[in-house]
Ligand binder design. Structure first.
Ligand SMILES: Cc1ncc(COP(=O)(O)O)c(C=O)c1O
Ligand SMILES: [Zn+2]
Length: 413
């Protein structure tokens, strides 16, 4: 089935100063430094787009095309992203004391993470706007997704990621034919190199939130959740927060869906989960600050959460506070324990980022922040298969001899 395109995109709007920007043009940040958010004519859509019509819509995130920014069908670069399962995890729920617990498993997306949603949208918009060369700073999974979608679109991809990024991300990007630069530093250092390259080489900077369309792809996690829950929302959503764009995107989706008349005013408690080694949002939340401060010497095996200063920190904090949610951090030991237990209990091998949410849930139930009968959804943002180095620390194998070489017993030597 053909993806649907937007007929209701009106303009972009600065999230800080509300200045408006014309659609159909290339944009990064507003001059005031604020990320731009895409706006649609939701009044008109409310009359013309009924949620019942989704029954015959494409089986990907492009089913929500009327609230995505792409206006021409031929621009859409899709590898089948979205429509991931929302799984009941009763055994885990029973152990933790959560009677109505589900996991939205984003690990089943192309390139094994939810980043596929954002990059499908961003690369499609690059095609629509005639952009040829893309550059991205990434903690890992966004790089893999951009490399894949750029390859599918026939665009050039310049990738900057930390030298100690998981091996899967490095190998994927190389296999997809991207130009990869490994940086001695974190995503914040990568972002500086991308900005410099964009000025020098004319690359388009696809840094999350500097580029206005990745968030639009990610927001489909919110639409999809509502659709899968028959247009109710859960009482609480756990989201592993690095740049926080998935959380901000879902919050935007909920407001859009209310304007469309698809859901009511009730919102889930938005729970931002970070890690002990990098928790700028948690600190800002606890201090009552509107913005976060740069987290020095960030470390964690949940590499997607190693974001020392999210660009959209104020938007994350607004959503968490407005929703009466909270922000908390767990340790690497706790999240690896939770990930392994989840795998053996439910058959789900999740990314450390998703595992962090399981550990956070345990804490919030124990502390009484959440009730046993609350409807809870955890976002697992990636596949555990992309983090073999992290999980291998728990399952060491004896150092290899000849027989452990690649191919081993099955390949003639
Ligand atoms: C698996 C995984 N989970 C979560 C995140 C954080 O995403 P967000 O920017 O939406 O907070 C990342 C980012 O790299 C990731 O790769
Ligand atoms: Zn502005």
């Amino acid at each position: 089935m053909s993806p649907v395109t937007s007929n209701s995109l009106t303009h972009l709007e600065c999230s800080l100063c509300s200045r408006t920007f014309e659609a159909g043009k290339v944009h990064n940040l507003c001059e005031c430094g604020g990320p731009l958010l895409v706006r649609y004519d939701l009044e008109q859509l409310r009359r013309s787009w009924k949620r019942e019509t989704l029954a015959s819509a494409p089986n990907s995130m492009w089913r929500y095309g009327p609230v995505l920014p792409v206006t021409q069908q031929k621009s859409i670069i899709s590898l089948g992203e979205g429509m991931t399962p929302l799984l009941r995890t009763e055994r885990l729920g029973r152990r933790l004391g959560a009677e109505r617990l589900r996991i939205k498993d984003e690990g089943l997306n192309p390139t094994g993470s939810f980043k596929a949603r954002g990059l499908s949208c961003a690369v499609s918009m690059a095609v629509e706007l005639g952009i040829r060369e893309l550059a991205i700073p990434s903690a890992g999974n966004a790089a893999s997704a951009m490399a894949a979608y750029a390859a599918a679109a026939g665009l050039e991809a310049h990738i900057f990621m930390p030298r100690d990024v998981p091996q899967a991300n490095f190998v994927e990007c190389k296999a997809y034919g991207a130009e990869v630069t490994l940086v001695d530093g974190l995503i914040s250092d990568c972002a500086k190199l991308v900005a410099a390259g964009a000025r020098r080489e004319g690359w388009f900077d696809v840094t999350t939130l500097k580029e206005p369309y990745r968030i639009e792809g990610k927001k489909t996690m919110g639409y999809e959740l509502a659709e899968q829950m028959s247009w109710r929302l859960p009482g609480a959503i756990f989201y592993p927060t690095g740049g926080g764009v998935g959380l901000i995107g879902m919050w935007k989706a909920f407001n859009e869906m209310e304007a469309l008349g698809w859901i009511g005013p009730k919102r889930p408690k938005m729970i931002a989960v970070q890690v002990e080694g990098c928790q700028p949002v948690v600190r800002a939340f606890e201090q009552g600050s509107a913005r976060s401060e740069f987290w020095e010497n960030a470390y964690t095996v949940a590499s997607g959460l190693r974001v020392p200063k999210p660009l959209g920190d104020f938007l994350i904090l607004q959503a968490v506070r407005e929703s009466h949610g909270t922000a908390l951090a767990v340790s690497d030991t706790e999240l690896l324990d939770a990930g392994i237990r989840l795998a053996s209990e439910e058959g789900l091998f999740v990314a450390p980022e998703g595992a962090a949410c399981v550990s956070a849930l345990e804490k919030l139930l124990a502390g009484g922040f959440l009730k046993r009968d609350e409807e809870i959804v955890i976002y697992n943002t990636g596949s555990g298969l992309k983090y073999l180095e992290a999980y291998s620390t728990r399952f060491p194998r004896a150092a290899s001899g000849e027989q452990d070489k690649l191919g081993g017993l099955i390949t003639p030597r």
